[in-house]
Structure formats: C-alpha cells, structure tokens
Design a protein around this ligand. Sequence first.
Ligand code: AHM
Ligand code: MG
Length: 335
Amino acid sequence: DQSNLAYSVGVTLDRFIKLKQSDFPFASGELSQLLRDIALAAKIVNRETNRAGLANIGGAFGQTNIQGEEQQKLDVIANIRFMRALSKGGEVCAIVSEEEDAVIDLQNNSGKYVVAIDPLDGSSNIDVNISIGTIFSIYRRKTPIGSPITAEDIMQPGNQQVAAGYVLYGSSTMLVYTTGFGVNGFTYENSLGEFFLSHPDIQAPKNGTIYSINEGLEMEWSSGIKSYVFSCKEKRFQSRYIGSLVADFHRNLLKGGIYLYPATSKNPSGKLRLLYEANALAFLIEQAGGKASDGKQRILDIQPESLHQRTPLFIGSQNMVDDAEQMIQCFESEI
Ligand code: AHM
Ligand code: MG
C-alpha cells in the first residue's frame, strides 16, 4: 500500500509528504506546501553553511569584507532565508523568530498557519565548524481566517502544534519532522539536491546511557540536578555535550539519552526558549515515545506568556527524564 511504499528506499521528502497528506484532518495541501517551503529554505541554508568557511560568514554581523561589501553572519542569513520562504508561500500569517524581537505579522490574513522558528541554533558553533541546526514549530491560527492575527494565535501551548521539526547541519544534513503521526528523518543527498527518507518511524529508546549537560555550570545547579547527574556517574553513563541543541537532541533521540538545561543563577528559568526551541523538540520526542519536562510539568502544557520566554528543559529517553524529574521534585519538597 501507499504508506509501505513510502518506507521503501529512494523516497524523497516531497513524495513522502504527498503520501502522508491524507493523515491531516484538514488535508487542503497547505501544510504540505509549508513543509516543502521549509525544506527548500533548509537546502539553501545548508549550501550557505557548507561554504561558510570560504565565504567568511562566521564573522560578526556588519563587518566589511575585502571588496567593501557588508557581510552578514550565517544566523542572520538563515533568518532571511527562512523568513523569505515562509512569507512568500502564502500559507503563513505570522512568524516568531529567535532573531526578531517582535512577532512578524505578514499581513496575510488568509494564511492559516503560525510558525515559530530558530533559524540557526547553536550559533557559538558556527565559526568552529561544529554542527548547528534549525528548529521549527507550526500552529494553526485560532482566530478566523480573514481576520487580523491576535495574541491568541501566537501564544499557543506546545500541545497545539500541528507539525514540528528540525534540520541538522552536521556531517550529513538531515531534516526530521512530525505531524503528530510519528517521527521521520530524511538525509540530504547533496549531489541530487534532495532529502531522502533514511530514518522512518524513529523510536526513542526508553532507556539510555548518555547524559548531556553543561557541566561547567554545576556550582549553579539545584541539589536535585546535582544528584541526578551524580547518579548518572555512579552508573558510569557517557557524558556527551556539543552545545548545539539540535545535535545533542538528535544523538540522544537515536541512541538513548537525556539532555538537561536546568535553571542556573544567571538564567533562573534556564536558557532555552519555549516557543522556538523547547516546544518543537518536546513534540518530536513525545511522538518518538520519549518525554520532555521542565522539571515539574510537561513542556507541551506550558502556557506561554511572552514571546522569548525561557524554560528549563529535560528531554530524551522516557525513563531517564522520569528519574530526573523525580530527583528534582524530591529535593524541592525537602526545602
Ligand atoms: P543560541 O540560541 O544562542 O544558539 O543558544 C542555544 C544553545 C543551544 O543550542 C545549546 O544547547 C545551548 O545554547 C548551550 O548553552 P551553554 O553554552 O550555556 O551550555
Ligand atoms: Mg537558539
């Protein structure tokens, strides 16, 4: 049947999206088109990323190159590319981006979808040639089509996402996404310019042996975090931390593990952003059978209050996140 066909070798992302379109309750084809627009922008950003060293675009925004042209940093370029793809397609009415202070109202009242995006996450890794990523969340607008957008359309909890995904610009470039019917991963074939289905129906291992946390901040952790990380060491788990959320998440998703970014004194609500970092990955991990928590509650149930709101994030293999949550809560109840 058609969906088995999708899992056979040589299925492009375009074809897969088309085959899966009937999964959507409102199968007008617009969400499919939106996903294709994102994939196209990802290809362009992939090209820019690959030549970043040569083009010297790891440098600071506003620097002038030898020809006297103003240069743009790769994260600014990525933002421009995704903004363009999302605004030209016609399916989107508003965009929230890590790179923009305010909501971008596209003044396209017929657009059904709201997108939250971190166009290029892990920016401190760009100029040292380490994996970086794009993270995106897609919501259906709440207000009627044809009317101006309101806060209600933008401030939706993660459990309202209709699709989410990420692009990993790593040793291979991959696009991984969900529309709420499992998680599928596609690997980019440079010479053909296509994403091919390489990781069908990804399942997060229930247990893992990898923990990923910025250990340099240990002095700032709560007792619960300290004791959870200590328990990982007692079990001789592997410590792996790239400092690029998409890359750390992707490894742990495939191999089994937990990523932790807790509250610290510098960042009392953690560092990562709810709308365009945590929510998308939380949707993906749940769809793959894993778990995402802020230590107390499900990430997807947090009602956002501001655009760039931060949240502590504990995400990955279900049993590991359960253990971390228990440890955090056990210490909190002692205070
Ligand atoms: P960014 O949005 O400025 O790139 O920051 C987000 C990044 C994540 O990719 C990564 O997991 C985290 O910050 C690392 O933070 P730290 O350097 O504090 O460990
Ligand atoms: Mg970011």
